[in-house]
Design a binder for this molecule. Structure first.
Ligand code: ZN
Ligand code: ZN
Length: 275
């Protein structure tokens, strides 16, 4: 079978965490769209009270059993991978999965409070004012320090590396072209190992209407290309209709950054397919 980027969709959520649709419905929708390497990557447990119900429980037995049952159901037709989107504040290990996506969704302030990067402008503004003396760029720098720590653990996929821009449309909070911002983002990228980690081009912010461009910004893609890294297209789908959202746009951006292939994640490892 000739591989193309839409053969693979491995950043997907279900109603076992904060997704809208069931794992069964997500797998069937992927199969119907000719996905042949499908992964569920529900959110790992964190100690953050607001996450209760939106992430997996600390005991992931039911999650594993659900995904492994789907693997049996689709055997010979579609490979089902057991993944995890591991949050940097998580209190469980990301080991023991076919792959894991390392993502930062929060900063923990010196005051002990958690500030979400993607929950709304009030979270960003509170983090800026309560932890960083009103310096919005310092919020971004703090976010990327956290990304450095995740990248250093060599996740299979580095998740939405510049999620901190999600609410920054029109440079509402900070200037993404400023030297401080770019230095912080590039340091996080340089911490990632291009031989061990894939960078995702994640269209989830576009499908949900927050952005017009996927993560990450083009300067990060170009740098990753220069580092010899590989990209994988993901939709960060929380419902069946988004499982392959925006792959054409991701391919155009990847090609413009110098990539000739994208990665397909399989249980046997990574395969490349031409763009
Ligand atoms: Zn995420
Ligand atoms: Zn996700």
């Amino acid at each position: 079978m000739r591989l193309t980027p839409p053969c693979c969709s491995v950043h997907n959520h279900a109603d076992l965490c904060d997704g809208k649709d069931s794992a069964v419905a997500m797998a069937e929708a992927a199969f119907q769209r000719n996905v042949r390497y499908f992964g569920l990557s529900c959110h790992s447990h964190t100690p953050i009270p607001a996450d209760e119900g939106a992430v997996l429980p600390a005991d992931m037995t039911a999650y594993r059993e659900t995904v492994l049952a789907l693997r049996d159901q689709y055997a010979g037709r579609m490979e089902v991978l057991l993944g995890l989107e591991w949050d940097s504040q998580s209190d469980i290990s990301p080991e023991g999965f076919d792959y894991w996506i390392g993502s930062v969704h929060y900063q923990k302030g010196a005051n002990g409070k958690y500030y979400a990067a993607d929950w709304g402008e009030e979270h960003f503004a509170a983090c800026r004012d309560e932890c960083f003396s009103g310096d919005a760029l310092a919020v971004a720098e703090g976010y990327f320090r956290e990304v450095c720590q995740v990248a250093a653990r060599k996740p299979t996929i580095l998740g939405h590396i510049d999620l901190i821009t999600k609410l920054n449309a029109g440079s509402r909070f900070f200037d993404e072209s400023s030297p401080r911002y770019r230095a912080a983002a590039l340091e996080a990228l340089h911490t990632a190992d291009p031989l061990m980690t894939l960078l995702e081009i994640n269209t989830g912010g576009v499908s949900r209407g927050y952005r017009t461009m996927p993560y990450p910004a083009q300067f990060l893609l170009e740098e990753w290309s220069a580092m010899g890294g590989q990209v994988i297209f993901t939709s960060d789908a929380h419902q069946t209709r988004d499982i392959l959202f925006g792959y054409d746009q991701a391919a155009e951006l990847a090609k413009a950054a110098g990539f000739r292939t994208s990665a397909i994640l399989t249980r046997q490892g990574i395969r490349e397919c031409p763009l």
